[in-house]
Design a protein around this ligand. Structure first.
Ligand code: HEM
Length: 595
């Protein structure tokens, strides 16, 4: 910028005869070397250009407006004209700056008052003390994330301390964490509460790059969501899902081949990575008709999904994340990963549309339904194209990570509980025997395996919550809640609360025995109500096929020394990656399996 550095009285010398009238500025003792690199504007130059002898002048020092203008190469009048222009610009700029500062200060003050007003409006609701006036509880979450901890443990701890509804502040937002079953039922089962704007904003765009946009998970407008859900529903009907058993079997079989190799070579299996390949393979094949074969080929997709989810978590939980230059390389990586998924989507959609236009027989899979959710071919707008990509990325991510993580946690808990492992193996022996192809009807008979999978999601809900905007007033547990807040439902917290599940940390599939009472609105790993998971049956069928084949063919034990901690990357996953030793025949010593 152009600004006055200093005004002083200096002695200006007349130029040498014969030289053209360049401004001659002489150093005085007041000028440092640094200032000497600045240029001067002589207020009294006519006397100077008239050939006046040396005298005293007021000299204003400016930092040059344009670095590439070399004032020394200009004649004095030219230099002065430029400087005068700068002076005018400067005074206008200074005024504008002053006004801007006034406006910003007023806005800031207004925002402070607004936050104070919000605090006063909601502070009667119990909640932990705020870390800061502005950021509210956000610093607590940032601290936990920096230590690689789990934010959901904090939600659980606060629920035990502050009760069935407690308050969290972030900037001017009020988030009420609700663990009261009646309220969970009332809000989640009703179509009138839309997904909240603040938390889902972090899914719609990732650091300015469109991510899930207006797709099924993130659509807030009820009509828009309902239209998409109606079109997608047929791809998840039980009739359609039956038809997917072939793909589930085929992809799970490839995993078994890989595991056999690992067992034969007596090496360790990183199960999280392997099941991730299977679930991504399945969704790519079943939803988009694409063969990735990730167990044999390398692919950038698993990493891209992981980076996007991590970016999403930082964007939501740390309000200042993107303003810290230290984080910019990571933010670029997130944007790049997001772009990779969307450009892949654009390419696959284009290929499918071309096949459709050529009258080829295309499967009635998720991709075909996604194309149907957009406008008709003729008046397809850019927004329609983006909209299709939103759903492409939605299914690519929603249809994969969560199931893979559930499988990994399930195997981890079975390896830690030999008696449960024995029981579920026996069921698989009874129902499947030596059969290679598992049928849809077989799945219905694997009742104990269902219980094991349900119990896995109670302790490890891989997609740990959902939230809604509550525009109107409401009363929960006798506390009046003025409208305008966000309700957060955390299935990790409710699933681990003593008041809902006795000995909550004990892995006990019998809680979900068909004759046991059903948990009352405190167990919702797939959310509840109209916005519950569309892929729930798909996921559990896939998980059962993979688990049944694994239990049928292998015995396994945990590689010693690994942690059973959870990693929170938006979805929850085993931190260790779950390293297993596999045995193709016989049973290994049960004692080895105990952690
Ligand atoms: C263990 C596996 C899975 C878990 C735990 C899970 C969990 C969830 C949860 C909690 C939601 C609600 C999200 C929210 O409210 O923001 C959800 C929504 C959704 N899930 Fe899943 N999911 C799983 C697998 C799948 C699969 C395999 C697919 C697709 C093939 C899928 C597709 C969807 C879709 C489309 C929605 C949005 C539904 C709507 O709003 O209409 N999910 N899922």
């Amino acid at each position: 910028m152009f600004y006055i550095v200093e005004t002083e009285k200096f002695t200006l010398m007349r130029p040498q005869r014969g030289s053209n009238s360049r401004p001659l500025v002489y150093k005085t003792s007041a000028l440092t070397t640094e200032l000497w690199s600045l240029y001067c504007y002589v207020t009294d130059y006519p006397r100077f250009s008239n050939g006046a002898i040396a005298g005293d002048f007021h000299v204003f020092f400016y930092r040059p407006y344009c670095r590439h203008v070399d004032f020394r190469s200009l004649t004095l009048p030219a230099a002065c004209t430029i400087m005068e222009v700068f002076a005018v610009l400067f005074s206008v700029g200074a005024k504008a700056l002053t006004w801007l500062c006034v406006i910003l200060f007023t806005a800031f003050l207004g925002y402070c008052f607004y936050i104070k007003y919000i605090h006063m409006k909601y502070d009667h609701i119990p909640g932990p003390p705020r870390d800061s006036f502005f950021l509210g509880h956000s610093p607590t979450f940032v601290r936990i994330m920096k230590k690689d901890g789990i934010v959901h443990n904090k939600f659980l701890e606060w629920a035990e301390i502050y009760g069935p509804v407690y308050r969290i502040n972030i900037l001017h937002y009020i988030i009420l964490v609700v663990t009261c079953p009646e309220a969970i039922k009332e809000i989640l089962m009703s179509p009138k509460y839309s997904k909240d704007q603040f938390l889902y904003k972090g899914l719609i765009n990732l650091f300015g790059q469109r991510f899930l946009g207006n797709g099924l998970v993130t659509a807030r407008d009820h009509e828009l969501w309902y239209k998409q859900r109606r079109i997608m529903d047929p791809a998840f009907s039980s009739l359609y899902l039956r038809g997917l058993m072939g793909t589930f079997n085929e992809r799970a079989e490839k995993l078994m081949e890989k595991l056999s190799e690992i067992a034969d070579n007596n090496t360790e299996a990183n199960m999280l990575q392997l099941v991730n390949c299977v679930t991504l393979d399945v969704i790519a094949k079943v939803a988009f008709g694409v063969d990735l074969d990730l167990l044999s080929n390398n692919s950038p997709f698993p990493k891209a999904i992981e980076v996007c989810l991590k970016g999403m978590v930082y964007q939501i939980r740390d309000s200042l994340f993107q303003f810290n230059p230290k984080n910019w390389p990571f933010i670029n990586e997130v944007r790049e990963a997001c772009r990779l998924l969307r450009t892949t989507g654009a390419q696959w959609i284009h290929e499918r549309k071309t096949s459709m236009q050529n009258g080829e027989d295309v499967p009635k899979d998720i991709l075909t339904q996604i194309i149907k959710t957009a406008a008709t071919e003729k008046n397809m707008t850019e927004e329609d194209e983006e909209f299709m990509l939103d759903n492409f990325v939605t299914f690519f991510i929603a249809g994969q990570e969560t199931t893979a993580n559930q499988l990994a946690f399930c195997i981890m808990e079975l390896a830690r509980h030999p008696e449960i492992l024995d029981k579920v193996m026996k069921e698989v022996d009874d129902v499947i025997g030596m059969k290679q192809e598992i049928s849809y009807d077989d799945l219905g008979k694997l009742i104990y395996l269902s219980q094991v999978l349900k119990e896995t999601l109670r302790i490890y809900p891989t997609a740990p919550g959902t939230s809604r905007d509550i525009p109107g007033d409401m009363t929960i547990d006798g506390i009046h809640l003025p409208g305008g807040f966000i309700c957060l439902f955390n299935s990790y917290a409710t699933g681990r609360m003593e008041k809902f599940f006795k000995e909550p940390l004990k892995f006990d599939p019998d809680r979900f025995h068909p004759d046991s009472p059903k948990p009352y609105y405190c167990y919702f790993p797939f959310a509840l109500g109209p916005r519950s998971c569309l892929g729930q049956n798909f996921a559990q069928m896939e998980a059962k096929v993979v688990m049944a084949k694994l239990l049928q063919r292998f015995d396994f034990s945990l590689v010693p020394g690994q942690t059973f901690d959870i990693q929170d990357t938006g979805t929850l996953r085993p931190k260790s990656g779950l390293l297993l030793k596999l045995y193709t025949w016989g049973r290994c010593d049960l004692v080895n399996r105990i952690s």
